[in-house]
Design a protein around this ligand. Structure first.
Ligand code: ADP
Length: 399
């Protein structure tokens, strides 16, 4: 059996995993993907599919064995070892926050875990969850190499001006600054672009990661130079349940009305965005078919703000040579891509309706002044590549 790399992405109530086989050619081939869902709830399940998304395993889990992420991680680990008869050569983790310094993935040791734990207040809903399986694997298998891959790292080459807030320097030094997120997604997109559109890849590109979380990234020659996401994953574009850019005076107003930090945090992460604006749903599919006025307003707002962000990132780069759509909405929703493109008509962007309806990859034709593409993202593939490269750099070739 070939060596494998396990990729883990731990959220608040699920652990998603993918297993990649290391082929003799050096290629990483996805073998399995799945998740333990409903962690901490009454109906937890382990669901596993093969590389073609065919279900290979589904089972209800005893709630006592998935009471928290650590327990769920242990259950998943036992299942993998039982089914594969082998442990992976390394585990790669998605870690949302790498702070101001980490511009590349890091091999995990105790000191790194402590450093990353200090960023928890900057990503309260993600960082503790991301670190839980790292800690539990390290406690059980300290010899198993683990690599932390950060959503912020790809943005660390930004010019200083892009990452500053107009606040006193002492706060900046304390870490109150723009970090940018969805970096693993943008790095994957940037790695695919040269083979799909070489001229555009070498130029100025706005990449749009439009999923549950949404952001836009300015790429020059494949490197991130600016992003709409800031200090936390709340800033920038409107999202499923987060508002995106918001006057900080709104937060002051809520505080003065007596709401505490937990209540405001809940509002900003769970009740705003498409869900708050429509009063119906955070899911674009539901809003597109709803017919209620709130749904139309939410979708129009989403396209309006995304159009504004594209223009702003164009200003950061001094022009735009192409646009890329990715993630759940960006990859699957032809009507939303059309709505956003309409907001960019001033740029000379004109989608080809047939190419857009079939999701590209190229969704513009000769009528468009700049090209636009749909590139399905693959953050787990990116994490697997980083994990392998980090392992090779620190230990020589595995296997
Ligand atoms: P995440 O990985 O952050 O959970 P995804 O990138 O999978 O998010 O995006 C999830 C979102 O994508 C859903 O909330 C839904 O609004 C949207 N989405 C998925 N498929 C479609 C589709 N066919 N049409 C419109 N929106 C879609």
């Amino acid at each position: 059996m070939s060596d494998t790399i396990l990729v883990l992405n731990a959220g608040s109530s699920s652990i998603k995993f993918q297993l990649f086989g290391l082929e003799p050619s050096g290629r990483l081939a996805r073998q399995l993907k799945g998740q333990v869902e409903g962690v901490g709830g009454q109906n937890p399940r382990l669901v596993v599919a093969d590389a073609s998304d065919r279900p290979v395993f589904q089972e209800a889990c005893p709630p006592a064995r998935t009471a928290d992420l650590e327990a769920a991680q242990e259950l998943l680990g036992s299942w993998l070892v039982g089914h594969l008869g082998a442990v992976p050569v390394a585990v790669g983790h998605r870690v949302v926050h790498g702070g101001p310094d980490f511009a590349m993935p890091m091999l995990v040791d105790d000191a790194l875990i402590e450093r990353l734990a200090k960023f928890a207040p900057l990503a309260p809903l993600h960082q503790p969850n991301n670190l839980a399986p790292i800690r539990s694997i390290r406690a059980r298998r300290p010899d198993l190499p683990q690599v932390a891959c950060f959503d912020t790292a790809f943005h660390r080459g930004h010019p200083e001006i892009a990452d500053r807030f107009a606040i006193p320097d002492s706060l900046h030094q304390e870490g109150v600054r723009r970090y940018g997120f969805h970096g693993l997604s943008y790095e994957y997109v940037a790695s695919r672009l040269p083979e799909m559109a070489p001229a555009m890849a070498a130029g100025r590109v706005v990449a749009l990661h439009l999923g549950s979380g949404c952001s836009a990234c300015a790429l020059v020659d494949g490197r991130s130079v600016d992003s709409t996401m800031g200090f936390t994953a709340l800033d920038g574009l409107p999202m499923g349940t987060r508002p995106g850019q918001l006057d900080p005076g709104v937060v002051l107003y809520l505080m003065q009305k007596g709401q505490d930090a937990d209540a405001i945090q809940h509002l900003l992460y769970h009740d705003c965005g498409l869900k708050g604006l429509s009063g119906i749903s955070n899911d674009v599919r539901e809003l597109l078919t709803s017919g209620q006025p709130g749904a139309g307003l939410a979708l129009d707002y989403f396209a309006y703000r995304t159009g504004q962000a594209i223009a702003a990132l164009g200003a950061s780069m001094g022009g735009i040579d192409g646009i890329v759509f990715t993630a759940g909405i960006g990859e699957n929703s032809a009507p939303m891509r059309e709505k956003i493109a309409t907001r960019c008509a001033w740029l000379g962007l004109v989608l080809d309706p047939e190419r857009n309806a079939t999701h590209g990859p190229r969704i513009t034709g000769p009528a468009s002044r700049i090209p636009a593409f749909v590139i399905p993202t693959d953050e787990e593939q990116m994490i697997a590549r980083h994990t392998l490269a980090t392992l090779q750099a620190t230990k020589g070739q595995p296997g």
